[in-house]
Design a protein. Structure first.
Length: 365
């Protein structure tokens, strides 16, 4: 489903407003060879060995991540993601691994169009044994049968990716396969957030404010060039303020946002880093806003497990937030959560620089 009215409004907005940020696609942004918030967050959790190494790509298949991407796309791109596929329900664990392996080997099957046909039993048995899915044949087939539509989607994406080379092609890694239930939750959350936070996501265009989405920027901190992509940016012409914000969804109550989100998911790193990069970018590329004040970073949060719970969190609620997050231990200014080790953004950048210096030539991020 495409929101035609909202797409028309978006096109109108682009025509009426200048573009703020780099005029590049999301793929081009991802390909920029600079570290980002997600890398610093990974370094904070797992140490410098993640720099230049393999990153966890399975996280993109987590239910929470998929819901967040759908909600984000509806609210900021004004459309359902083009790389989204719906199924009745999605498998997990070994069944998912089996179905992926079967889809990749579909062309080798005696009967590729009927997965559970008798002709395919041998290849199914072999793959089940490889992933140690050691159940009875009857239980195996029953487990696979429950997710045949998932298999068909994967097979279709793999086939199209193999025989097409145009830029609109979608690889399996870039695809979002979502259950009907999670899709409906995502659409409901998007509508609820749009209604509750009209200032950030509304369609009304006027002279008092402009809203830009998916703002891609680069900047330099401590002699390291960083990239960042903000969910949104409000230019408030009445109050002469620039308001950066980010949309988050999760599976914890809204009253746990500081502990579980700001600290647990390292959102404090994102807020501090993006604010610093944005200040640089505006100063360098948009002198027309030199009289405007950079407002504190905002988070808009929705609990996907309890769709009644939403939260507007302003980082100014934490005393000296930016200075604390950038340069000092953030725990000095908020409640102590002993299970989390909090590092300043400045310290994390130092860890990154030292690792690069110690491993010269390995600059993959």
């Amino acid at each position: 489903m495409i929101f035609l009215k909202e797409r028309a409004l978006l096109k109108f907005k682009i025509l009426m407003n200048k573009i703020i940020g780099l005029d590049i696609t999301e793929k081009e942004y991802r390909d920029l060879p600079y570290p980002s918030y997600s890398l610093l967050s990974d370094v904070s959790k797992n140490g410098p060995q993640v720099i230049g190494g393999a990153r966890n790509t399975d996280i993109g298949e987590l239910d929470g991540v998929i819901v967040g991407k759908i909600v984000d796309s509806i609210l900021t791109d004004k459309k359902i993601p083009e790389n989204l596929f719906k199924v009745k329900k999605t498998p997990s664990g070994k069944v998912k691994a089996i179905l992926k392996a079967l889809a990749y080997n579909a062309e080798m099957m005696p009967n590729p169009n009927k997965l559970l046909s008798k002709e395919n039993e041998e290849i199914i048995d072999n793959i089940c044994e490889k992933v140690k899915y050691l159940k009875t044949k009857e239980s195996r087939l029953k487990g696979i049968k429950n997710y045949e539509d998932y298999y068909e989607v994967i097979k279709k994406v793999i086939r199209e990716n193999k025989y097409r080379s145009d830029e609109n092609n979608t690889s399996l890694e870039d695809s979002m396969i979502v259950s009907d239930y999670l899709y409906n939750v995502s659409v409901y959350l998007a509508k609820k957030l749009k209604k509750e936070f009209e200032y950030f996501f509304g369609d009304k265009i006027n002279k008092s404010r402009e809203v830009f989405y998916q703002v891609k920027i680069i900047g330099e901190i401590k002699n390291v060039k960083f990239k960042g992509m903000l969910d949104g940016l409000v230019i408030d012409h009445v109050n002469k303020t620039i308001i950066p914000f980010d949309l988050k969804t999760g599976s914890y109550p809204a009253n746990k946002f500081i502990e579980k989100g700001l600290i647990g998911w390292n959102y404090y790193i994102q807020a501090a880093l993006y604010t610093a990069l944005l200040e640089q970018y505006i100063d360098t590329h948009h002198p027309e806003y030199k009289e405007y004040k950079m407002d504190s970073f905002k988070f808009i949060y929705a609990d996907r497990l309890n769709s009644k719970e939403t939260l507007y969190f302003d980082t100014k609620n934490i005393e000296n937030f930016n200075d604390s997050a950038m340069n000092k231990n953030l725990l000095q200014n908020i409640n102590t959560f002993e299970e989390y080790e909090i590092k300043s953004v400045s310290d994390l950048i130092d860890v990154y620089k030292k690792h690069i210096d110690d491993n010269s030539g390995d600059r993959k991020v």
